[in-house]
Write a protein that binds this ligand. Structure first.
Ligand code: GLC
Length: 431
């Protein structure tokens, strides 16, 4: 009679079991089964450190990982995750999720609260833990944090004796005059300013910076009020629309972060709005702007303060995973001090653990961190917490409305009044 595996283990001779126990004690073998964990991450310009770190976890833990690459643009990443999670797919166990998504994805994510003690949570910036906590459930652990920055060509500002602009108006003037002078000197491809103008999440981030940086509010306030139909928001969008085809190429209407970086890094833009990840890539050997750039807080409107949108990425575990223990272990490893430290040193990503901001080596390797620290402290969150599950529709309405203004299809005041109404209608039904 052939024995099933269960019978076999029941009938193992005693000595064999003792030997196995000893081996386990010595750490030679593990009682837990090795698991294969699928992690979805990368696909952007973040230097793709995620796969390297995930493989290091596999080697250390005796498990294996499968890396599922995701699309470049945030909105496309979200669509993919929503599709997988809505179908309760087991194709991904761990996901790199945007700081704007916890409210949208929470019902599909495991509560990591039990695995991560309150004391451990205190090592992270409280605002990031809060952003990842939905109805008291900790649904993701913060990996790196982001805020919008102004990149500039120091060499060109020096050449034309211009200061780093403080206001959008100054930025526009400086960009226009350097663009003109450089073109006259033969740099035909030179543009004044590049940013993320495609109709996707990145444009919502830019629009929030323009509007809030004109003292025009946060689009949807933390108490749920919609504040788009204002003279400040109109002034902000009027200024932004004036850039298209003048200091910014029309193609910017289809740019995500990576297209903007491409133009700036090949030496063809004076200014760029982008996230911190660009710094280390633009300063690498082979970059045409290496040693020629600087970074500053974003410009602002008249009599207003500079505002950056809070961005960043986190690791969440799918509720539908069949390897929850290993998946949680991987999410914890990815957000550990050790991995964040290497991510900061190798790729210039900003840690979410407070102590790393006092780590001399990390700070020395990341000049953006000194500019970024106050920027991060004051960064403004997108209205994702207050709009909860409606956030994807809210952001879609914002980026489509703003895109129409930038493209010249609608006038700023009319578009904003319309958008205000659309969001107010959504509010009545959804938040
Ligand atoms: C960056 C930010 C993220 C944001 C995205 C928009 O990746 O970290 O929060 O949603 O850009 O494109």
């Amino acid at each position: 009679m052939s024995l099933t595996p269960l019978h076999r283990s029941v009938h193992r001779p005693r000595g064999w079991r003792v030997a196995l126990g000893l081996l386990a004690l010595l750490g030679v073998t593990s009682t837990a089964q090795a698991a294969e964990v699928a992690i979805a991450c990368g696909g952007g310009g973040d230097g793709d450190y995620c796969p390297t770190a995930a493989r290091a976890w596999a080697a250390q833990s005796g498990n294996s990982v499968k890396v599922v690459t995701t699309p470049n643009a945030t909105t496309e990443k979200l669509a993919l995750f929503q599709q997988l999670l809505n179908s309760h797919s087991q194709d991904v166990d761990v996901m790199m999720v945007d700081i704007a998504w916890p409210g949208l994805l929470a019902p599909h994510l495991l509560d990591l609260g039990e695995a991560v003690s309150p004391a451990e949570r205190e090592a992270f910036f409280p605002a990031l833990i809060e952003a990842n906590t939905v109805d008291g459930r900790l649904v993701a652990l913060p990996w790196y944090t982001d805020a919008g920055l102004l990149y500039y060509r120091q060499d060109l500002l020096d050449k034309y004796q211009r200061p780093v602009p403080q206001t959008w108006q100054e930025m526009t003037d400086t960009a226009a005059s350097i663009q003109q002078a450089e073109r006259a000197a033969g740099a035909d491809e030179m543009w004044g300013f590049v940013f993320q103008g495609r109709a996707y999440e990145g444009l919502t981030c830019n629009a929030l910076e323009w509007i809030a940086g004109y003292d025009g509010g946060r689009i949807v306030e933390p108490d749920g009020t919609v504040t788009l139909d204002t003279p400040q928001a109109t002034a902000a969008l009027t200024e932004a629309a004036s850039w298209i085809g003048t200091i910014a190429p029309r193609g910017v209407l289809n740019y995500t972060e990576e297209e903007a970086r491409g133009v700036f890094q090949s030496g063809n833009a004076v200014f760029m709005r982008n996230w911190p990840y660009v710094w280390s890539l633009a300063q690498r050997e082979g970059s045409r702007v290496r040693g020629k750039i600087g970074v500053a807080p974003l410009p602002h409107g008249p009599d207003a303060d500079s505002v950056s949108t809070l961005g960043g990425w986190n690791f969440a575990v799918s509720r539908y995973t069949d390897t929850p223990e290993a998946a949680i272990s991987l999410a914890r490893y990815m957000t550990s001090a050790e991995v964040q430290r290497r991510h900061a040193l190798n790729n210039g990503m900003n840690p979410t653990r407070i102590a790393l901001y006092d780590d001399a080596e990390v700070v020395a390797a990341n000049p953006t961190m000194s500019v970024l620290r106050p920027v991060l402290m004051n960064a403004v969150a997108r209205p994702s917490a207050v709009t909860g599950e409606a956030y994807a529709r809210v952001s879609n309405a914002i980026f489509n409305g703003v895109h129409a203004v930038l493209s010249g299809r609608t006038q700023p005041a009319a578009a904003l009044a319309d958008l205000d109404q659309t969001l107010t209608r959504l509010k009545r039904r959804q938040w």
